[in-house]
Design a protein around this ligand. Structure first.
Ligand code: AVJ
Length: 322
């Protein structure tokens, strides 16, 4: 049984290999060099991300899951009957299960993601485990506003932004994202947001540079993907993964560092790298609670309730539209 036919596809929004090549050339022609974070998540990248979540140093996933478990009854109380749960960047929909278990009054679940495979797998496994739940996946870039499936009309909507996804956005982009989610969800809505908070630098660095090298493989997969999909000739041995804490911006940055002077070819262009030169591939902002509250307020959300875990501070916010 495949649920592919139930997936709503929004034309023209899913990045193609033309977009990948164009964006890669633009990012690698700039100084400092960058590559868009969203391209980390092809099938292999998504698989590696799941593996990162199992590394002992990568505390965010298990911390958030434990916190969601601990507060699931409080969250359930905030969710009305026949609610529609809309998840932004749903991936494997792993954390959603905690919420669905605690809140059987949720009748429709709309996972939004750009990965068709992830949506298919999530829909199939949720359909099997939650027979009364109507799963209506939306394949789309979750950062933009969308029209939700017809069946969700006139029901209470609850947004779900787990995984500290908000941290991958710079402050202005985070505000835009939260605004656009409000447009998608409609008025009079609530949302549940999970965000990792600033903490000791050594803990952060280990989490983004694990001993098994899974995060390194995840980051290097971006170059492997360019080789696979647009015929680039990156030598993966000639780049290494680096995670740094940028205190001024309160964020972890992932970079790929050139181990030598070298030239790489892609799309008919030559890209020169000096030894030590980096490609910046991801930011993971570690906001403080106050910063999060400011971002939420700037986007039209008020915080109704919040919980922070210990010993690794991670926040779950219950927010309402202002
Ligand atoms: C996508 C926010 C869940 O920034 O922690 C994990 C992605 N990158 N290790 C994060 C990621 C490197 C992750 N999130």
């Amino acid at each position: 049984m495949s649920d592919t036919s139930d997936i709503t596809m929004e034309e023209g929004e899913i990045p193609s290999s033309d977009d990948l090549l164009r964006d890669a050339i633009a990012g690698l022609s700039a100084y400092p060099k960058t590559l868009p974070t969203k391209y980390l998540y092809d099938a292999e990248g998504s698989r590696l991300f799941e593996e990162i979540c199992e590394q002992p140093e990568y505390y965010p996933t298990r911390t958030e899951t434990a916190l969601l478990h601990a507060i699931s009854e409080d969250l359930s109380e905030a969710i009305d009957n026949d609610a529609v749960l809309v998840e932004f960047g749903s991936g494997a929909s792993t954390k959603t299960r905690t919420l669905l278990d605690a809140a059987p009054q949720i009748s429709i679940y709309v996972p939004i993601d750009i990965s068709q495979i992830a949506l298919d797998e999530a829909a199939n496994s949720l359909n099997a485990d939650f027979p009364n739940l109507n799963v209506l996946p939306l394949i789309a870039d979750f950062t933009a506003p969308h029209t939700l499936p017809e069946a969700t009309r006139n029901r209470p909507h609850v947004g779900f932004f787990p995984d500290s996804t908000i941290g991958n956005f710079a402050p202005e982009a985070a505000v835009d994202f939260l605004k656009s989610a409000l447009i998608t969800l409609g008025e009079d809505v609530r949302s549940i947001l999970g965000a990792d908070l600033a903490k000791e630098e050594s803990v952060l660095i280990s989490a983004y540079d694990d001993a098994q090298g899974v995060t390194a493989a995840f980051n290097l997969n971006l170059l492997a993907r360019l080789n696979r999909e647009v015929g680039a000739d990156f030598d993966l041995e000639a780049f290494s993964h680096r995670a740094i804490w940028n205190a001024a911006e309160s964020r972890i940055e992932m970079h790929l560092v050139s181990r030598k002077n070298q030239t790489v070819h892609l799309g008919g262009k030559e890209i020169a790298f000096a030894v030590g030169e980096t490609i910046h591939t991801e930011n993971s902002h570690k906001y403080t609670y106050d910063m999060l509250a400011e971002l939420a307020a700037a986007a039209g959300w008020r915080i109704e309730k919040s919980w922070i875990s210990d010993p690794y501070p991670f926040a779950v916010l219950l927010m309402g539209a202002m």
